[in-house]
Write a protein that binds this ligand. Structure first.
Ligand SMILES: NC(=O)c1ccc[n+]([C@@H]2O[C@H](COP(=O)([O-])OP(=O)(O)OC[C@H]3O[C@@H](n4cnc5c(N)ncnc54)[C@H](O)[C@@H]3O)[C@@H](O)[C@H]2O)c1
Length: 321
């Protein structure tokens, strides 16, 4: 399978995950014809230095942008664009940007007979106990998670109408993604990046008591791999994308100490949130079986890569306040 000569739409392509996807596609298939649509909410031109393709600064909630997309042919659609700030409580704004726009993209993919791969989220599981399995415990706790849950429900309704879609329609529930390109997410960047930025400036890492909360941290290259596999596996559905392993916040600090060559102790403080997930872990058996997705990065290896990127591309960057 080649993406060379293929017309590819990547929404949110200036963002963290989208720009990594763009880079990987163009490294492996330099003649892929990519159109990025991004509203530059968190997207940043620095994520796209060297990008050769079309960049359209537009909004998924704006008719002018949607009309442009309607007029263009696409062979593949990767949909990463979304409001990703989970602290936004404006329900109308969140649903408009994340959910309403998805209905348009479903139609666009159908019209073009194009595979549509979209970013869902582990936030769909809310505080349900791990391991998290598609179809079980889908009880989002915030409007962001609910906006993604609605996208998955629209996908399920689509499968009811079209039990054997002619072209793949795949929802990928990312868990906690980290890695190069994340800096411009600011306070929404992963804990790994935020701790790394502080610890390398000799700032003591602070964790909620007692740092034993667990997350399934997944390196961004593995998420890119999942997208590419999904586009070509000819298996429609909704799948978890994680590492399949959950690790503690304390472990992140220990690995960062090793990687940065620091010896920080941790300062613990009371968790102010009444709602807080204590453990997430993706059940990725179906993702392996149906998409051929196999994560390649341990937390140690992913953090090593992240720190290398910080030292080469963001040497002078300040910690995120
Ligand atoms: N990073 C994670 O841990 C994670 C976890 C689960 C799901 N996701 C999903 O993955 C996708 C990519 O997330 P990310 O981490 O790269 O975040 P990001 O914020 O860096 O990327 C999202 C991109 O969408 C753009 N955007 C926002 N609203 C838009 C709109 N109305 N029209 C067009 N573009 C718009 C932003 O400018 C940004 O470039 C998102 O859909 C997100 O919900 C991410």
């Amino acid at each position: 399978m080649t993406f060379n000569g293929k017309k590819i739409l990547i929404t949110g392509g200036a963002g963290f995950i989208g720009s990594n996807l763009v880079k990987t596609i163009l490294q492996e298939w330099p003649d892929a014809e990519i159109l990025i649509l991004d509203a530059f909410v968190n997207g940043h031109f620095k994520n796209l230095i060297g990008f050769k393709g079309e960049l359209f600064a537009g909004d998924l909630t704006d008719d002018k942008s949607l009309n442009l997309l309607k007029a263009r042919p696409f062979d593949f659609i990767f949909h990463q664009g979304a409001i990703t700030d989970t602290t936004i409580h404006n329900q109308k704004k969140m649903i408009e940007a994340n959910t309403n726009s998805f209905s348009f993209l479903l139609d666009l993919a159908e019209k073009n007979h194009a595979p549509l791969i979209y970013a869902s989220s582990a936030a769909v599981y809310g505080n349900s106990p791990a391991p998290n399995r598609v179809g079980v415990g889908e009880i989002p706790e915030n409007i962001y998670g609910y906006s993604k849950y609605l996208m998955d429900e629209m996908t399920r309704a689509y499968f009811k109408r079209n039990p054997k879609p002619e072209h793949p329609l795949v929802g990928l529930r990312y868990f906690n993604v980290y890695g190069p390109g994340e800096y411009y997410k600011g306070k929404m960047a992963s804990m790994i990046l935020q701790l790394a930025l502080k610890m390398r400036r000799d700032i003591t890492p602070r964790l909620f008591k007692f740092g034993d909360q667990r997350r399934d941290f997944v390196f961004v290259d593995d998420v890119v791999q999942a997208n590419l596999k999904a586009a070509t596996a000819n298996a429609s559905g909704i799948f978890n994308v994680g590492s399949g392993v959950s690790r503690t916040f304390n472990e992140i600090v220990a690995i960062l100490n090793d990687t940065l060559g620091t010896t920080h102790f941790i300062e613990y403080f009371d968790n102010p949130y009444t709602f807080y997930q204590n453990n997430t872990c993706a059940d990725i058996r179906e993702t392996k079986e149906k998409l051929g997705y196999f994560p390649q990065y341990s937390l140690e290896k992913g953090i090593q890569k992240t720190v290398e990127w910080l030292e080469t591309s963001l040497k002078d960057a300040d910690p995120i306040p």
